[in-house]
Design a protein around this ligand. Sequence first.
Ligand SMILES: [Fe+2]
Length: 292
Amino acid sequence: MLNVFKLGYVEFKVQDLQAMKTYYESIVGFRLTDEKNGSAYFSSSTDHHNIILKESTESGISKFGFQYTADGSINDVKDHLKSLDIEADLLHDPAPGVKEALQFKDPDGYTVELYPEMDLAEERGFQKEGIRPNKVGHLSIRVSDAKKQVAFYEKLGFYNTDWIEDFFGFMTCNCDHHVLNFFTSETKGMHHLALELRSYNHLVETLDFMRLNGVHLEWGPSRHGAGHNIACYHYDPEGNLIELFTDGDVFIKELGIFDPRPWHRDFPQKPKVWSTDECLSLWGVDFEKALV
Ligand SMILES: [Fe+2]
């Protein structure tokens, strides 16, 4: 009855709201749609918001939200979650543009929200300046036990697409290779947030644009193994690792395979366990800094 289908928004605690607003507006190219109670809301193009910056004494991720459809009311979904041993709070008007949401903690204590509807942004479409990604593509978080997290999100209807060994699990709720992944680690917090670009040309133009605006790459670009996305990474002004990617695998859930691509080595390409060495940089390029 519950169909979670989209990573809708990610909220960050920020210490220097102005610096982070400038990054999301002028570098990323998202549109500021609202600002109230110490939070700034940004839209990639259509939704009221996809990124929330919340003023704080700390930096880092504070919550993330997924949109869903369901047969019944939000109270029915709350009851459904309860039947899965997930205690959720029903929130009224939790954010501008969102009238109702269910909020709960996942096994690692991350705050997750499920919402059925979000208003459209008043002003829509892509900005003229900045990177202007298609969307917030996926979120990678550090957890104490990736296996446990994968099992939890499977209960919510997510599908486990790939593993890197036994410490990095990939999950999707739509046709993207992953919208979430979990990295077993002794520390907590976000590993990276990934923004989807349109093409490799868009990525190359973006790297020139970033360089001219003082944003330096940390890793990449190269094509990953799991997901096959061409990816590169940089830090935002508060040290959050941001991935820019394009050309990720498309999952055909009904067949349990990824849509074939010339750079695949398995035909059909099915969800599998990758070794770290074969997975990170398929182009064979070595980078100074390790990703995991
Ligand atoms: Fe990623």
